[in-house]
Design a protein. Structure first.
Length: 119
């Protein structure tokens, strides 16, 4: 459980600012999805809070064998589910934002693990 909490915190540290940026983005002739950052923070936190436990605890049981195959399936699930969550709040390009946020957390996490053995 401690390993999961560390990974969850790390994921939130990377993904939440990306999602907040997306939710507060002002486009020409469009209001941002969220008018206030506390609402954006709650929505952003919710995205990974929904998917991370499933990715961590369920996916390894659903996709046994190859670690790489499990990671690919888990990340595709996370991207799709988080995009649907964000789209439900009106975020345009939610799939692109979810792919970017998840790619950032995976790549940074793998680099830190390779370099320092953390997280």
């Amino acid at each position: 459980m401690n390993a999961w909490l560390l990974a969850f915190g790390f994921t939130q540290l990377i993904e939440v600012p990306i999602y907040i940026r997306a939710l507060l983005e002002r486009l020409p002739n469009r209001e941002p999805v969220c008018q206030r950052w506390p609402v954006a923070l709650a929505i952003a936190f919710g995205a990974s809070a929904i998917t991370h436990p499933i990715v961590w605890f369920v996916m390894p049981k659903l996709v046994p064998g190859s670690w790489l195959a499990m990671v690919i399936v888990a990340e595709l699930f996370a991207i799709t589910a988080e995009a649907a969550w964000l789209r439900a709040f009106g975020l345009r390009r939610s799939l692109a934002w979810a792919a970017f946020a998840n790619a950032a957390s995976v790549v940074i996490g793998l680099l830190l693990r390779q370099a320092f053995g953390w997280p």
